[in-house]
Design a protein around this ligand. Structure first.
Ligand code: 3MF
Ligand code: MG
Length: 433
């Protein structure tokens, strides 16, 4: 044991009136909702990068956190791993997620960097023998190092493409070795700053080929997890090629990958793209590409990716409603891609942030399950489209335009406007949240 979380006891469910702020008031992992334990519905994961690697910097100032593992030696990386698994155990989270760069120091060469990663993967593997925490997904950081400033797969320099491909191979190997349930690609700098220096078509083709290589390698090594792409419209680049779910779907279709790759949808990225979180989830489930979620929230005023822990139960409930309606998570889960505010210096702040977020998600999921079980919302939607069950409406979809015109003229078709009942449906939702 390290001394980092000294004095903090494992977090347990104490009920809505329980004592202290480091207790679950709503997240009772064993509570059965719609025939499944809450832990198995929500599949929470801690994100290594924000919780252990991020030092508290923002565009105007550097490090605010002081952590005994900040440094770039293997000893620091091992201490970081010790503390990370202590947090996983304290919280009782079933999963974690990491990038290669979060967990190991960069070496002087590709070979040394890979050795560093492999050594930490060994450390994780040993810890996972006794910890209940598994790997939700692994990923490669192809955006922080300066070699990636003009993109990874989309870089104008083929040597950068090669370096990125080699790096992704090592990260897929690591994820496979640790029994990861998914492998994620977020196109951190796959986009452009200005079209004046960009061959957009060439870059898209490079990215399509890169993703195909990832899929081919997955099958080659027998990785049974899901490959996930994480959409984001901008930031860090002015325009990112993985703009939103619709754009990613079009991209997958264009490169014949729609049966192989799904999406990891982040709340904050949905907001940046001008969508609601539930819109992105609903679209992905409708298109058959829903995979997993990065749960956080963005500040609605600031217009950038603030990655805050979620705290809005009604919003979270609508997201889980879409997920439950589509049958719930399979290999995916709820990853807290969220960071503390830079003034939240204490180890207890890190624990409290996750405890609060898990409670918010539990309340949201319980509300969503109640909405689903009640069935009134689904009934209202079904009633709205009932006309389409009439035999003539079904026949119409198989008819040509001019036959429909004849029908409208001879039968004197004259549609009668009906209420969309939005306020009544919003009131209905309010009964559950
Ligand atoms: C950036 C993100 C990323 C991704 C991560 C894995 C650093 O806005 O959300 O977090 O989640 O790279 O894809
Ligand atoms: Mg994310």
């Amino acid at each position: 044991m390290t001394a980092f979380f000294d004095g903090i006891a494992p977090v347990t469910y104490k009920g809505p009136d329980g004592d202290g702020d480091l207790a679950y008031r709503h997240y009772d992992p064993d509570r059965v909702v719609l025939g499944k334990r809450l832990e198995d519905h929500l599949r929470f994961a801690v994100a290594y990068w924000h919780s252990f690697a991020w030092q508290g910097g923002d565009p105007f100032g550097g490090q605010t956190f002081e952590r005994p593992w900040f440094g770039d030696t293997m000893e620091d990386a091992r201490l970081k791993a010790d503390v990370a698994f202590e947090l996983f155990d304290l919280l009782g989270v079933p999963f974690f997620c990491f990038h290669d760069a979060d967990v190991r120091p960069e070496g002087a060469s590709f070979a040394e960097t890979t050795r560093n990663l492999e050594e930490i993967v060994d450390v994780f593997a040993r810890k996972m023998e006794t910890s209940a925490t598994r790997l939700l997904w692994g990923t490669a950081n192809l955006f922080s190092h300066r070699r990636y400033m003009a993109g990874a797969a989309t870089n104008p320099d083929p040597e950068v493409f090669a370096y990125a491909a080699a790096t992704v191979k090592t990260c897929m190997d690591a994820t496979h070795r640790l029994g990861g349930e998914n492998y994620v690609l977020w196109g951190g700098r796959e986009g452009y700053e200005t079209l004046l220096n960009t061959d957009l078509k060439r870059e898209m083709d490079q990215m399509g080929r890169f993703l195909s290589m990832v899929v081919e390698y997955k099958h080659k090594i027998g990785f049974a997890g899901t490959i996930l792409v994480e959409p984001k419209p901008q930031e860090p680049t002015k325009h990112q090629y993985d703009h939103d779910v619709a754009t990613v779907y079009g991209f997958l279709k264009a490169y014949g990958l729609e049966g192989e790759v799904k999406v990891n949808i982040e709340q904050g990225h949905a907001i940046l793209a001008g969508h609601s979180f539930e819109h992105e989830i609903a679209l992905a489930t409708a298109l058959g590409v829903f995979g997993s979620i990065d749960m956080n929230r963005n500040d609605y005023q600031s217009g950038w990716d603030t990655d805050q822990f979620p705290n809005n139960v009604p919003e979270v409930a609508l997201a889980y409603y879409e997920i439950l309606k589509a049958g719930g998570f399979t290999t995916g889960g709820t990853n807290f891609d969220a960071k503390l505010r830079r003034q939240s210096l204490d180890p207890a702040d890190l624990v409290a942030a996750h405890v609060g977020a898990m409670d918010v998600c539990a309340r949201g999921l319980i509300a969503a399950a109640a909405m689903l079980a009640d069935g009134s919302l689904a009934e209202a939607v079904a009633a709205r489209y009932r006309g389409w069950q009439m035999p003539w409406a079904e026949r119409m979809l198989a008819s040509p335009l001019d036959a429909i015109a004849d029908l409208v003229a001879t039968e004197n078709v004259s549609p009668r406007p009906v209420s969309g009942q939005q306020e009544r449906l919003e009131n209905l939702v309010n009964r559950f949240v």
